[in-house]
Design a protein around this ligand. Structure first.
Ligand code: NAP
Length: 331
């Protein structure tokens, strides 16, 4: 039985419907700061009930797991509150604004025995799984270059992504995917980063370009933006080939390709359309149900993984704010 903290757009459009059609979960309750809004949202979205505050949802004994799609600055506070209420927590990306906050969230989950996972849904797409397996299986030789991008154009200046106090910015919102896929494909943590950014008047990075240097000599570079035509792409190269994933992150419903290039020959790996959000919530619910039944349970991507991602994001922001000075990644 799921509870959803807020009437966020991402919940309404993609994650709540994925929970509703999942094989092992039920949309039980939604909470909003405004009770009437919660009630209308519950009716329209197929929830059994609603609550007029986040606290009330966490006190609902029928809620076993919560999905948290709050503004980034609120992930830390409400994840800890949910863990203390004994709920398993699937929280939106980025899990927090700092690695230190992630560590505190992980500690709260450990202390209360609940599960905590960051909702990076793209990792549950079979194409992403295949890309990771091929690279780690050595099909390209050792990866030497990873190029990624995630940009889109935000229409409303009132969007939470333009507000520094709410944890906005291109890097926090979409660059976090590029950092995540780079670290995952590398199978290692970068030792040093460099970044340059353009900022809005409130101090949010609207466009950011970053370089991640790994001890092996592998370099990953990426760009992200809240101001540009939509682009989502990942390319990884080694001496023996390269793989390209177009529309790499938000792929949903339609079939997709993973293109492999080796010695002048192209191979297209085809994947039928899947709902990667559904695959993510089903994985999480299966582990949460196992935990509640007293069976061994663990999520595929734990909070330590999210902590490492945030350490890189923090170093990139330090570098961009210092005009592109190389910054070490503090593990
Ligand atoms: N994985 C993905 O594909 C994906 C896609 C988009 C976004 N996200 C993530 O999901 C989260 C939410 O993004 P979104 O675009 O869906 O957000 P959104 O539509 O702006 O919704 C955020 C919700 O948070 C609640 N809230 C509480 N305090 C708030 C405050 N001070 N200001 C604004 N809202 C406040 C509001 O709900 P109530 O009024 O009901 O309390 C609001 O509806 C972010 O962490 C984002 O990174 C993930």
């Amino acid at each position: 039985m799921w509870g959803v903290l807020s009437t966020a757009n991402i919940g309404r459009k993609l994650v709540n419907p994925a929970i509703a059609k999942s094989a092992n979960g039920t949309l039980h309750a939604v909470a909003s700061r405004d009770g009437a809004k919660a009630e209308a949202f519950a009716r329209a979205g197929g929830f059994a009930t609603s609550h007029g505050s986040y606290e009330a949802l966490l006190a609902d004994p029928a809620v076993q797991a919560v999905y948290i799609p709050l503004p980034n600055s609120l992930h830390h506070r409400w994840t800890i509150a949910a863990a203390e209420a004994g709920k398993d927590v699937l929280c939106e990306k980025p899990l927090a604004l700092t690695a230190a906050d992630c560590r505190a969230m992980a500690a709260a989950a450990r202390a209360t025995g609940v599960l905590l996972m960051e909702a990076f849904m793209y990792r549950f797409h079979p194409r992403t799984e295949r890309m990771i397996a091929l690279v780690h299986g050595g099909v390209l030789g050792a990866p030497r270059a990873i190029r990624s991008t995630f940009s889109f154009r935000l229409a409303s200046p009132a969007n939470i992504r333009f507000d520094l106090a709410l944890g906005g910015g291109a890097l926090m919102d979409v660059g976090c995917y590029c950092v995540n896929v780079s670290r995952t494909l590398a199978g290692a943590e970068p030792v040093e980063v460099i970044a340059t950014a353009n900022w809005n008047a409130s101090g949010v990075d609207t466009e950011l370009t970053g370089i991640l240097r790994f001890a092996s000599g592998l370099v990953a570079h990426f760009d992200c933006a809240l101001t540009l035509e939509r682009s989502e792409r990942v390319e990884v190269s080694g001496a023996q080939g390269r793989l390209v994933s177009e529309g790499a992150f938000v792929a949903n419903a339609d079939g997709v390709l993973l293109s492999e290039y080796k010695g002048g020959t192209a191979t297209a790996h085809e994947f039928p359309g899947v709902d990667q959000y559904q695959r993510m919530v089903e994985h999480f619910a299966a582990q949460a149900l196992a935990r509640r039944a007293g069976r061994p349970a663990s999520v595929r991507y734990g909070p330590e993984e999210a902590t490492a991602n945030l350490a890189v994001i923090e170093a990139l922001l330090r570098s961009a704010r210092a005009g592109g000075r190389p910054e070490p990644v503090v593990p």
